[in-house]
Design a protein around this ligand. Sequence first.
Ligand code: ATP
Ligand code: MN
Length: 479
Amino acid sequence: MFNKRIKIKTLLQSEPAGQEVTVMGWVRTFRNNQFIALNDGSTNANLQVVLELGAFDETTLKRLTTSASVKVTGTVIPSLGKGQKLEVKATSLEVLGDSDAEKYPLQPKKHSLEFLRENAHLRFRTNTFGSVFRLRHALAFAVHKFYNEKGFVYMHTPIITASDAEGAGEMFRVTTLPFDETPRNEDGTVNFKEDFFGRSTNLTVSGQLEGELGATAFGEIYTFGPTFRAENSNTARHLAEFWMIEPEMAFYDLEDNMNLAEEFIKYIIQYAMDNNREDLEFLAQRLQEEEKSLPQDKRSEMGLIEKLEFVLNNAFERLTYTEAIEILRESNHNKKKKFQYPITGWGMDLQSEHERYLVEKHFKKPVILTNYPKEIKAFYMRQNDDGKTVAAMDILAPGIGEIVGGSQREERMEKLLARMEEMHIPAEELWWYLDTRRFGTVPHAGFGLGFERMVQFVTGMGNIRDVIAFPRTPKTAEF
Ligand code: ATP
Ligand code: MN
């Protein structure tokens, strides 16, 4: 058996009592022909491995370059160096894999996030990305823990779908048809009967519609999977491939929906605070450093951890779309014409500058906006009695903007059909969806939380490309 090792994180928490251990990892630095800073990815903290002078031959020592992989066996002793309680005095040392120092792209110094994006295949070996991706893992785990504790069923909705009616975004087509000799119908349109599925198919933009089928059988379900949008928005908050968590619950109204979403967000943040404190502290420090170069008024008012604590300890602000428009219209920001898109009045869609004004300048905390005009929302949202609005809710977070989009769903068949007709959504194609309303319809609700935006919020990373391992954005699909 090869893997009889202790992880560095565990080792660093133990007491140095002369015990023998084996560790394996990658060399971060090697100095004075004596001290290896060894990292194995379990924590940003490196283990100091001490090589007694003269105990190892020169050729082996020469191979201890940055990112070379090694196996070390030795005894755990108290460390005299500062910043660490223990170190390992090596009794045996084996280089598992060499790393050519001349060619290794990451030097033991600070690299820009842009540079690291171009080296996304190696960036996990840096402290910043070590912390980000351990946190991403913790948050994903907390998502499952939260819903499992509440008795929700985890449902895997399809990645390839035939429905193109949802309208959440532009879709990527899935096809096996040849490009050059595309089979055509007499009228010149593409003959999808010849395609793999015998019809036109796409990558899913959301698992919601299928999720509703689950909710109206299990009561409460959630999905957690990749979704795809071919939207050409080159922003720090949009990806072409992102992960979404979509809970869908029978017997919930809009308020139940908001309560669940708020509890959920707080739960996963709390989980990260309890279990990944070191990584959060590292990222808080990183953010503070990064913001030093910004003018005072562009810096965050709170540190990362303070911000998360603040979110945990305060109720989200809840208000209607109509109230939000009033606040925006009356704001000095608007009166001084500082919005790129001025507030023209009720009915307009909110731009991210408006959302950010509400959360960052006005309320200074997460905000839940409800009851949007039906014209700017999807067909399945429940129509309010005023005839103008739907029971939608968006959650807006400081620094991010929209993090959750959800609604109570229209459970009344006639109302749903009427809205679909108005919006030119073919009812025949969604016959299976409409069956939920035909057979034992119930009040129900749900929402979608963009996982990467949540990871951004918790890690303080400004660009969404830095919280997913291999970002997919317009004109980039490297790795
Ligand atoms: P936005 O207005 O920010 O583009 P949206 O209204 O298109 O968002 P929804 O369709 O409601 O978003 O999707 C639900 C959630 O998924 C959003 O609240 C957001 O957190 C996330 N999300 C949406 N589009 C993207 C994207 N392209 N990349 C990453 N996350 C996204
Ligand atoms: Mn969008």
